[in-house]
Design a protein around this ligand. Structure first.
Ligand SMILES: [Zn+2]
Length: 211
């Protein structure tokens, strides 16, 4: 209880830093195909992690792994990503605080808010248990199915005993400040289907008809 209270006090003191970094990350366009932008977001996040006393390394090319530094098992892996679905030429580019307390912005919910929540969680656990083995993995291409980090996940290269995704858990019904966010136990996954359709240009009068 005492620990929980001291954590609450600490996280409240972090509010200004969290808000500053959320704005900073949201203002960097990290659309999946914008490789330069995603890498810039990754670099900024890793600088922040190192400033917090955590370590950061690159895995599988462009993905990042942030660690608390302890090595006493079990290993807990927090899973997030840097890329978003918002292209650089989209109108939706900026951090926009709203009158009701919400903040709009590309990737705020999915997943830059989660990224920062994860980072501060790793820091909190490091302070509570310096030997704890807690990691945050940040994929560069999750929005298209994480194709370049899949082997790392599927072959167990992370060595994790437990994993928690930091995707937003939306409640049922309207999204309002009075409705607490939920916890999603499982997801259906994703599928991708490619269709190749061949045919002959025609009107509805009949095949080949130009009438
Ligand atoms: Zn996501």
């Amino acid at each position: 209880m005492e620990t929980l209270q001291s954590l609450r006090t600490w996280i409240t003191q972090q509010q200004a830093d969290l808000t500053h970094w959320l704005q900073y990350l949201v203002e960097i366009n990290t659309y999946t195909a914008n490789v330069q932008g995603v890498d810039a977001g990754m670099d900024a996040l890793c600088r922040l992690a190192e400033n917090l006393g955590l370590t950061a390394e690159t895995v599988q090319g462009r993905h990042r792994l942030i660690r608390s530094g302890g090595n006493a098992g079990p290993r807990i892996l927090l899973v997030a990503h840097m890329d978003t679905v918002h292209p650089p030429d989209d109108d939706f580019q900026h951090y926009e605080p709203q009158a009701d307390g919400y903040i709009r912005g590309p990737g705020i919910g999915d997943i830059k808010g989660g990224l920062l929540m994860g980072l501060w969680t790793v820091k909190a656990l490091q302070m509570l248990h310096p030997q704890a083995d807690v990691c945050l993995v940040v994929s560069a291409d999750e929005e298209i199915g994480s194709p370049t980090i899949q082997p790392w996940y599927l072959q167990g290269l992370h060595g994790a005993h437990y994993a928690i995704g930091l995707e937003p858990g939306f409640p049922q019904g309207p999204l309002q400040p009075s409705v607490t966010m939920g916890f999603v136990e499982q997801r259906k996954g994703c599928g991708r289907v490619h269709f190749t359709v061949r045919g002959q240009a025609a009107t509805r009068v009949g095949p080949g008809s130009r009438a």
